[in-house]
Every structure is written in C-alpha cells, then in structure tokens.
Unconditional design. Structure first.
Length: 326
C-alpha cells in the first residue's frame, strides 16, 4: 500500500474544521488527477465516451459525469451512480475505471451525479439531489437516449446511502428501478455506527478510520436532523425494493452494515446477494491499481447488472465469498 499512502492526506479528523474539509477535498482532487493518482484509480476504458452534462433540478443545477459505450446504440439501460467520500469528499471521476467499464460492457448509459457535499450542504441536501436527479433523468429519458424502464442504482460507501434511499423512494414514486448495487456501504448514520463489532475490529483500516467516521457524522448531520431518516437499516418498510448486490469488505470499519441491511431486505422479501471481499479495503473499487479484489468485484457487479437489466439470470464473481442470497 505504499502508493496509497503517498496519495493519502490524513488530517486530524477529531479537530478538523469545515474550512479544512473543503481544503482537503481540493487537495484530494489534485492528487487523484495526478499521474500517480491515475495509477491508483486506474484508467477509464478507452471504448467509453465520457462527457459532462448539467442536471436542472428545482432551485439548483448539478453537474453529472456521463459514460456511454462508443457507438453503443440507442435507448440503453440507465445506471445512476453516487460516489463515496462520506458526503464531504470525493467526486464522480474517482470512479472512472469502474463506471466506464460498466457502460461499455453492460452496455448502458452511466450517469454519476456530482451531488452537493457538506459542510456547505449538510443533510438532507445530498439525499434530495440523488432522488431528484433520478426523477429528472426519467422525465428527460428521450433527451438522454435511455430506456426509462430499465434503471439501476449504484453507490459506494456514503454513496450507497444515497442509492438505497433513492431505491426506497423509487417504490413510492413508481420508478422502474430493477437493481441496486451497494459497495462497502454506509447504511447506519445513528450513534449505533460506533457500536458495530467491525468498527473496533477494523480500527486500523488504511482508508476509513474511526476518527474519519466520527468527523463525517459531525459534519454531515445538523444538530436538529434525525439520522434515522437517512439510515436504511432503520427504514420501516423495505418491501418492493429492487434486488440488491451488497459487497462487504473484510478490513472495513463499516463492514457490519452490509449484512445488517441484507437481513433487513430479506425479511422484507427482497432479493439480496451479500458478498464479502476479505482482503480488500474500504473504497477498493476506486483503487484498482493497488487492490486486486477490484477486478473480481467489478465482474460480479457487471454480471448482476446484466442479469437484471438485460438477462434473466447472472452469476457471482470468482475470488469472493458469497454469504447469502434469497
């Protein structure tokens, strides 16, 4: 992990200020877009066309990074992605390696939403951006040349929070979401997050430390905000949700969120496939250059998406331990 260490900028999370969060975000952008950063994050698939578009939402405009297969045809399925970063850091281009390959090999149009971040925009702003973006994409399906009846949602870490909450809202709105992919997800924003066994067992994680988790809670959640409303493990009714692929990471402080949510989905009668990558690190699919597990995890995601967007059945990836499916 020497390259990963060279790229990391680990602040004093327990004392970090809002202004310092913004400075850290910009520093990470610069490092990620450097030559060394590209070694870690991986190069996008050259067969993908990557462009930037604007989503006009009520009272605001968001940027979106769009991936299309070169010469990929019309009315393709839509995959809406939400990057990780604790809702305070990160940007869509950190997932170029994964999303460009999903676009080409599914094939599909992949839209990664550059949602608003805290501290400038605390909860529930990122949640509103996620839900409103999917609604707008469906409304403008003809302009985007997508099939609005074949939608998948994908999110990593805190981005998985946005994907799950959007999947839940999609049932209420009647949106045809067929699949959801949750990568090393954060699915509990209550104080319980610090009580899961994995939080202490994996306290030495190189990419998601307990101090980082504490800072994210403090920065994202206003004092008057009830964190249960953005914690999918606490949502009462999960019936009718799209089938889910949940990828857990064996060294992740947030690892226990994955089986907890998979159990909730199964109890609600929702198909949930839980896979564990024991040697991977948090955010591993944004770091294919240094984490070998990124490739079998990508293959598993691709098979899952194809099975729900294009085919009737899919298969699991090699190199992972499947811990449950219904």
């Amino acid at each position: 992990m020497r390259i990963l260490s060279a790229l990391s900028t680990e602040p004093d999370w327990d004392s970090i200020t809002p202004a310092q969060v913004i400075e850290l975000r910009e520093a990470q952008h610069r490092k990620r877009r450097s030559a060394l950063g590209r070694i870690v994050t991986g190069k996008p698939d050259p067969r993908a066309l990557i462009t930037t578009h604007t989503l006009d939402l009520p009272g605001r405009r968001l940027s979106a990074r769009v991936y299309r297969p070169e010469g990929g045809g019309s009315a393709l399925p839509l995959i809406v992605a939400f990057h990780g970063g604790g809702l305070i850091l990160g940007a869509p281009d950190q997932d170029d390696w994964l999303l460009s390959r999903l676009a080409v090999e599914c094939p599909a149009v992949v839209v990664s939403v550059d949602y608003r971040l805290a501290p400038e925009h605390p909860a529930p702003a990122p949640i509103e951006d996620a839900i409103d973006s999917v609604v707008r994409l469906v409304e403008e399906a003809a302009e985007w040349d997508i099939d609005p009846t074949r939608i998948a949602l994908l999110g990593a870490s805190a981005g998985a929070t946005l994907a799950t909450l959007t999947a839940i809202r999609a049932v209420e709105l009647g949106l045809p979401v067929r699949a959801q992919v949750l990568i090393n997800p954060q699915l509990d924003w209550t104080e319980r997050v610090f009580e899961y066994p994995s939080f202490t067992e994996n306290a030495d994680s190189p990419t998601a430390t307990p101090a980082n988790c504490r800072a994210v809670q403090r920065i994202v959640l206003p004092e008057s905000f009830d964190p249960r409303v953005m914690s999918p493990v606490d949502i009462d009714n999960l019936a009718g949700l799209a089938p889910a692929l949940i990828q857990a990471v064996g060294t992740d402080p947030l690892e226990d969120h994955a089986p907890a949510y998979a159990d909730r989905l199964r109890d609600a009668g929702v198909e949930a496939t839980l896979t564990r990558y024991p040697d991977a690190v948090h955010a591993f699919l944004s770091m294919p250059g240094v984490v070998p597990a990124a490739r079998p995890a990508r293959d598993e995601i691709l098979a899952f998406l194809r099975s729900h967007l294009l085919e009737r059945s899919g298969s699991a990836a090699p190199g992972a331990t499947k811990t449950g499916r219904r």
